[in-house]
Design a protein around this ligand. Structure first.
Ligand SMILES: [Ca+2]
Ligand SMILES: [Ca+2]
Ligand SMILES: [Ca+2]
Ligand SMILES: [Ca+2]
Length: 101
C-alpha cells in the first residue's frame, strides 16, 4: 500500500474544491499565545502570566479554586470547600461548626 503524504492529500482536496467551484473555506487566523505555558491560551486564561491560574471556564472568579471545589465561583472572597466546608466564609480552623451552613 502506498502511503500518501498529508500535504499531497490536502493539495488534491484543494484541487477538488477548485474543480467543484466551491470557494476556499476562510479559516480565521488566531495565533496561539500561551505566555505562561500552562496549556491555556491567552484568550481563555485567567492570567496568562501566571501558570498557577488556569482557564476561566474552570475557575470563573479566577482565584485559583476550580468551580467544583469552590464555594462560590462567582465570588473570589469565598474560598474552596476544602477549607470551609459550609461555605460561610469562616475557615474550618476558626469555625465552631463548619458543617452547619
Ligand atoms: Ca496560559
Ligand atoms: Ca495561566
Ligand atoms: Ca474559583
Ligand atoms: Ca465555615
Amino acid at each position: 500500500m502506498q502511503v500518501r503524504p498529508l500535504f499531497a492529500l490536502a493539495d488534491s482536496l484543494a484541487g477538488l474544491m477548485l474543480i467543484s467551484g466551491c470557494p476556499e473555506p476562510e479559516i480565521p487566523f488566531t495565533p496561539f499565545v500561551d505566555s505562561d505555558r500552562d496549556g491555556v491560551p491567552e484568550q481563555r486564561d485567567c492570567d496568562d502570566e501566571d501558570a498557577s491560574l488556569g482557564a476561566v471556564a474552570e475557575d470563573a472568579d479566577c482565584e485559583g479554586f476550580l468551580t467544583e471545589a469552590d464555594c462560590d465561583d462567582e465570588d473570589s472572597t469565598l474560598l474552596a470547600t476544602a477549607g470551609d466546608a459550609d461555605c460561610d466564609g469562616v475557615l474550618f480552623a476558626d469555625d465552631c461548626d463548619d458543617s452547619a451552613p
